[in-house]
Write a protein of this length. Structure first.
Length: 429
């Protein structure tokens, strides 16, 4: 979601001799590929300056305040927010200036993990992974760093939308909005007196900026500005939801329902049974019902049966985000194979060949938890979320295995030492 803004200001040319002309200095630099920085990160600016004057004067400023007169400058991100760095070069040919806008975020360059939390002991939380380690070793350390944030019990999913970060929990306050730059709380779900929700599951953002919030007792339209419910799409159990093109897809009472994205009018109801979804490859949306994959193209649905007895796992007892994921190249679908209580196999469905192969198998006492599998949309790497088999303190032992798109392990991230119950990952756009 990074952006770079480069502004060239008018160049002034002066001369002490009207018969003598000098060219104003020319400033060039290679803009960084991403001008979003994490707090305390550094950005080195080494401009290439062409000047006819060996006595050219350099002046660096940040937000209008002079910071250096050296040719090169190292910006240290000490405050969150937007900052304007300017270099002004003055010589006998005149004055030239270049500017670059840098956004400093409290966290950047890694990914977020949304944690369910240990129900009855502590609420949902998030952690931040960067440089192969988690920022918070315990829930208490998360609280110490973010005492202003109120999350409900049992975190489910999160979503980064521009400068806002939304976190959904199954219990009050249900939906929490944070400033994604400073990571401070800005709002929670604004429910009318006497109104409550029952087990929120997921959320989706529409093209007009409004949100769809799904729960065990219905799906609602939410205005992110007021954080209030503005409409009810259905009063039935609704779990997974996805926007694709002109349509909004939802699983209502374990069936695919399709709505027009523009006005949310239903066009297909109870079309086909599905227990988990959704994933997108090209123009196709996919959902699953055990051994059947539902191939959805616009309003049309066909069924593909997985070969060799494979089935897509979903938790029938309590909602977890789907493990059904599309590869970055759109040629395959990844999912947790349904093997009962302890699911250890990640499988890959090759769409064109209509075949399934084993993607990665846990060979020790660890099984998938939460979403189980997620694909980083930036690079196609696959993240597999595990917790240790057993009960009690076994749930304090968690790990995330990172592989490339072919399933070759690249890293193992330890996430032990707390009852996190990891639910899902939020990747930075």
């Amino acid at each position: 979601m990074g952006y770079a803004a480069l502004l060239s200001l008018p160049m002034l040319v002066t001369s002490c001799d009207e018969n003598e002309e000098f060219q104003s200095p020319v400033i060039r630099w290679d803009l960084p590929s991403d001008t979003i920085l994490a707090l305390n990160d550094q950005l080195t600016l080494s401009p290439e300056v062409h000047s006819v004057d060996s006595a050219a004067v350099y002046l660096w400023s940040v937000d209008g305040n002079q910071v250096s007169m050296d040719k090169n400058y190292v910006f240290t991100a000490t405050e969150t927010g937007s900052h304007l760095i300017a270099l002004t070069v003055t010589d006998k040919g005149g004055i030239s200036q270049k500017q670059i806008k840098v956004e400093v975020r409290k966290y950047y360059g890694g990914f977020y993990m949304i944690n369910e939390g240990s129900y009855g002991y502590h609420n949902a939380s998030f952690n931040y992974f960067k440089n192969d380690s988690a920022l918070f070793a315990t829930y208490d350390k998360f609280l110490a760093a973010h005492s202003d944030i109120t999350l409900g019990a049992t975190g489910v999913v999160g979503s980064l939308q521009g400068k806002d970060f939304y976190i959904l929990s199954k219990n009050e306050p249900f939906l929490t909005k944070l400033n994604a730059i400073s990571m401070t709380q800005t709002a929670t779900l604004n429910l009318s007196s006497g109104v409550s929700l029952y087990f929120p599951c997921n959320m989706c953002f529409l093209n007009d900026g409004n949100m769809i919030l799904t729960t065990y007792r219905g799906a609602y339209k939410v205005d992110p500005q007021t954080m209030a419910l503005t409409d009810t799409l259905t009063a039935k159990k609704t779990t997974d939801v996805m926007l694709k093109g002109d349509y909004l897809y939802m699983l209502v009472n374990d069936s695919v329902n399709i709505y027009k994205a523009m006005d949310l009018t239903p066009v297909v109801t109870n079309a086909a049974k599905a227990t988990t979804g959704f994933a997108v490859t090209g123009n196709t949306v996919w959902a699953a019902n055990g051994s059947d994959l539902l191939k959805i193209e616009g309003e049309n649905i066909t069924t593909v049966t997985l070969p060799d007895g494979y089935g897509v796992y979903y938790d029938s007892g309590s909602y977890h985000p789907t493990s059904l994921q599309a590869s970055k190249d759109g040629k395959s679908l990844l999912f947790v194979k349904n093997d009962g209580w302890t699911n250890k196999v990640a499988a890959c469905y090759h769409i064109a060949e209509n075949k399934v192969t084993e993607f990665l198998k846990s060979t020790d006492e660890f099984s998938f938890y939460g979403a189980g599998i997620q694909v980083n949309p930036k690079n196609g790497d696959v993240y597999l979320i595990y917790t240790e088999d057993g009960w009690g303190t076994h749930y304090m032992n968690n790990r995330i295995i990172v592989t490339n798109a072919e399933g070759q392990p690249k890293d193992t991230l330890d996430y032990s030492g707390e009852y996190w119950f990891p639910s899902s990952i939020v990747f930075e756009p």
